[in-house]
Design a binder for this molecule. Sequence first.
Ligand SMILES: [Zn+2]
Length: 243
Amino acid sequence: MNPELQALLIVQQDDEVIRAIETRRDALSPRLAVLDKARQRAADEVTRNEAALERELTKHRALEARIVEHRLRLEKNTEVLNNAQKVKEVTAASAQVEAARKLLADEESESQAVSRRIVDLRTAVAAHRDVLERTTAEQVAARGALAGELAVIDAEIAVARAKRDTSSVGVGRSLLSKYDRVQTRRRTTVVFQLHEDFSCGSCDTAIPLQRRLPMSTGALIEPCEGCGCLLYFIPTPPAAAQG
Ligand SMILES: [Zn+2]
């Protein structure tokens, strides 16, 4: 067998080994994703409640400022009422006092409602922070185990890649880049032996007549016109041909 082909077939085996290890590494991703998702959910709840708390606090500050202002107005209106002499003035002033009182009462009751929501939200924020902390703590072991597995697999990949680098020394640059192009895309076996009738070992497309003679020497490794896989021919040894 032509030595370049031999080297290429070994590279192909090495790549298969690498892909198998990479598949094991990819299988770890869903486990990591589950952990990330659980922690993210807990973190999102903290953020959501913190934001709600912030909104209620802002609302409360604004209400309190309005209440201070409206208390002053009520005092002023009451003073006007107390100083009113004529019936008409008394009527107008007492209507204003009444309106101011009503407004103030509404705002005070709203402020109380907001205060209650603030208390609830503070409790919720604390509870969700606890959950987040607990989730993070609970995940330490699982994440450690995953990281350990990942480190082992990465070390295996490094070894396998180094072996592949060594194997590929025997393959010419042009053939290797042709092989890499197909292999990287398909991530599977891409070098096939031609059948005896010169049909592709992968897709069975027959190679054109004019290419058969040059291929038959076994020196060429060329792509299939049907599937793009790299094809080679193993010539029948002379002894067998005679027999
Ligand atoms: Zn083919």
